[in-house]
Design a protein around this ligand. Structure first.
Ligand code: TRP
Length: 358
């Protein structure tokens, strides 16, 4: 909206001034976009890798967060389960502290401007470069019977998700960094062909080091679909969390003072760092260095701290899921906010391309 035409001009004196300051603040905030796939249950890795960042960003930036339900279609999910999955992802994000008043929280499929921009960008995306993307090559290997065009153009759809709001900061995990780099390339390609339209998006993280949340069996990281028994999901109940933590891999303990930790023990300490108090972690570290550590006690402590960490999130999320009309309202209002921004962008892109007939 052009500031000069804003209805604020009808206000007078200090009201006008305050309203103008608010508008200026919203307009000057950098734009953040990120998507969450609607397949699988969210786990601690998602929480510490993504959701915690979203929650921190919501006060400082103009945020668009969405459930990537179109992206999920690449694996042909059961239509009967789609809504439930989308609702759960929304509920879990709100339960983690995302405030739908502060951010636009919406479903990708509610924004028709996204597939429209995706179509435009597909004309600038080449088969060769798309086939080279490591995540695509992984899928070709893991699901050779379903190498569909949507899978090939997955990074193009992701680009449309970001550029539709002219997003510049994209909070993503390490595995998505290359997709954001492609989004940057496609933005530049559009700009050089049709004129300056999109800013360059970059991956964003608060710390230099992207944290990887280890799975409890000492093999790899927590995952939406693999290592189910070694992954703590935000929907797990107290006893399940205890059971999983108690099964974490340990050994007979160190025999020499200050010896190096095997990675599966490091993992347990890393998880403790995230959910326990610093004093607790320090106590066990000292016990490790002094060879008096009892892993059974350590895991019991970690299990209780983990239970206390996950419980309020799970309870809030369950309560929300029992109130689907509230989730529907969040999605509707989120879509309204997102369409305000995306309709402007698509009008601009159409004009730049020359789709401007009457
Ligand atoms: N591909 C992302 C993932 O698998 C999800 C996603 C879709 C996304 N569109 C996006 C992330 C746009 C950031 C920006 O996690």
């Amino acid at each position: 909206m052009i500031p000069g035409l804003w209805p604020g001009i009808f206000l007078t004196g200090s009201a006008c001034h305050a309203a103008f300051l608010y508008l200026a603040a919203v307009m000057s905030k950098e734009i953040v976009v990120s998507g969450i796939r609607s397949t699988g249950y969210l786990h601690l890795g998602n929480y510490f890798g993504a959701m915690r960042n979203y929650v921190r960003m919501q006060d400082d930036f103009n945020c668009y967060f969405f459930v990537a339900d179109y992206h999920a279609l690449t694996t042909h999910p059961d239509p009967k389960l789609l809504r439930e999955n989308v609702y759960r992802v929304v509920a879990e994000n709100v339960a983690c502290g995302l405030d739908p008043e502060k951010v636009a929280l919406y479903a990708q499929s509610d924004i028709p401007e996204i597939p429209e921009l995706y179509l435009m960008l597909n004309m600038l995306a080449y088969k060769g470069e798309l086939e080279k993307v490591p995540t695509f090559k992984d899928k070709v290997r893991s699901q050779p019977d379903n190498v569909n065009a949507g899978l090939l153009t997955y990074p193009v759809l992701m680009t449309a998700d970001i550029l539709i709001h002219k997003g510049v900061k994209v909070p993503v995990g390490k595995d998505q960094e290359q997709h954001v780099e492609m989004a940057r390339n496609f933005a530049n390609r559009f700009n050089s062909r049709y004129g300056e339209t999109f800013p360059e998006p970059y991956p964003f993280n608060y710390s230099d080091q992207l944290i990887k949340i280890p799975s409890l069996d000492g093999a790899g990281k927590m995952s939406k679909s693999e290592n189910v028994n070694a992954t703590i999901y935000l929907a797990d109940d107290d006893d399940l969390i205890r059971k999983k933590v108690m099964k974490a891999k340990t050994d007979a303990g160190p025999t020499e003072h200050n010896s190096e930790m095997p990675d599966y023990i490091q993992n347990i300490f890393q998880l403790m760092n995230l959910v326990s108090s610093p004093e607790t972690t320090e106590t066990f570290k000292a016990a490790y260095n002094g060879c008096t550590i009892r892993y059974g006690d350590m895991k019991k402590q970690l299990a209780e701290d983990m239970v206390n960490f996950v419980r309020p999130i799970r309870e809030k999320s369950m309560a929300l899921q029992q109130n689907p009309s509230q989730i529907a309202k969040i999605l509707k209002e989120g879509a309204e906010k997102a369409r305000e921004s995306s309709s402007k962008t698509i009008a601009d892109a159409r004009k730049k391309i020359g789709i401007n007939y009457y």
